[in-house]
Ligand binder design. Structure first.
Ligand code: SF4
Ligand code: MG
Length: 338
């Protein structure tokens, strides 16, 4: 069967005064109905840009986007602005780290949720208000019939995040893109929001793309995982595959500082040395090579010269020159080091 969302060879390049920034450079993935894809990577890895392209929110003047983004068979890259307008908020919606950026300070929470609903359903103001109350109740705002007339500044950070989720879900979108929606929240509220998203997904069958730099969050919510580095996917697989048997040295580095699925391994926090690559002048060969401690194992300067292809078997694989045998050995060493 055709996947609900299918992205093929997506490239998003910005022209800047300094040259072309290849923010996303040849990305492909599928997402099925009701599933959650976790996209993980450091800031500047291209994960947010990918999703803005899905929503058609990239700046058209300075951006070249190519490839294919099929949502239920419709190519979003060739859709008109009007068609995208109809899809956004209705069939697909987004939540961000900063609720204040997506909520207007000038209108009540209820009005904003209601307006989104009215825009796509043509509901009356009265019905829209009732729907806003219902949504606020659903996302766990206490006394929603009273709080519906509050303004964003009257809500706490966690409540604003819930209100933003209510607004995103008011039209039952089939695709929800969540870009670090819990990063700014304290751990307790973060856990509540994650539980809420999982609950709502169970109820509505929404597909979710969850963008994060936090593998702990991935372990909590994702079905499949895509690891991005320097505008490219370096590893893909199911959550179990990627977190339990990672294949790419970059993922090994990420996991060195994160809990595992079982959450029972004490790993010292060790950020990956070095900085993310420039997307203006990306490193030659494997983009990770300047930071990779395994490049000399591959030998022959190959990592600096030759870009490793992402070779997938049934959606599973990594882009790295290490042989399967080398990987198995290094993985075993990693496990032993724990
Ligand atoms: Fe490291 Fe080479 Fe693999 Fe890139 S291709 S991750 S530099 S070993
Ligand atoms: Mg981002």
């Amino acid at each position: 069967s055709t996947p609900f969302l299918s992205v093929r060879d997506l490239r998003v390049h910005f022209s800047t005064e300094d040259g072309m920034v290849k923010a996303v450079d040849g990305l492909s993935f599928d997402l099925a109905h009701g599933k959650t894809l976790g996209i993980v990577g450091e800031s500047g890895s291209g994960k947010s840009v990918t999703n803005l392209a899905v929503l058609g929110l990239h700046h058209p003047d300075h951006t070249e986007v190519s490839g294919e983004i099929l949502l239920d068979g419709q190519d979003l890259l060739t859709a008109t602005e009007r068609e995208l307008e109809r899809l956004r908020g209705n069939k697909m919606a987004m939540i961000f780290q900063d609720a204040l950026a997506s909520l207007s300070p000038y209108h009540s929470i209820g009005r904003q949720i209601g307006e989104t609903y009215r825009k796509h359903t043509g509901a009356s103001k009265r019905d829209a208000r009732a729907r806003a109350v219902e949504m606020l109740r659903k996302v766990g705002i206490p006394q929603p019939d009273l709080r519906v007339d509050d303004y964003p500044h009257q809500f706490s950070g966690g409540m604003r995040q819930r209100a933003m989720i209510a607004m995103a879900l008011v039209c039952n979108p089939e695709l929800l893109i969540a870009d670090e929606p819990t990063t700014a929240l304290d751990v307790t509220v973060q856990a509540q929001i994650m539980d809420l998203l999982k609950e709502l997904q169970q109820e509505t069958g929404t597909s979710i793309i969850f963008i994060t730099h936090d593998l702990g969050v991935i372990a909590d919510i994702a079905d499949d995982v895509l690891v991005m580095y320097g505008g490219k996917c370096v590893e893909r697989g199911t959550k179990q595959e990627v977190l339990r048997a990672p294949q790419h040295p970059y993922t090994w580095g990420l996991l060195g500082s994160m809990p595992t699925l079982e959450g029972d391994v004490d790993v010292p926090l060790s950020p990956i040395p070095g900085t993310p690559p420039s997307l203006l002048n990306p490193p030659t060969g494997c983009r990770f090579h300047p930071r990779c401690t395994f490049a000399e194992q591959v030998g022959g300067g190959r990592c600096a010269a030759e870009q490793p292809p992402l070779e997938l078997v049934e959606g599973r694989g990594a882009a790295c020159h290490l042989t399967g045998e080398q990987r198995a050995r290094f993985s075993a060493d990693r496990a032993a080091a724990r």
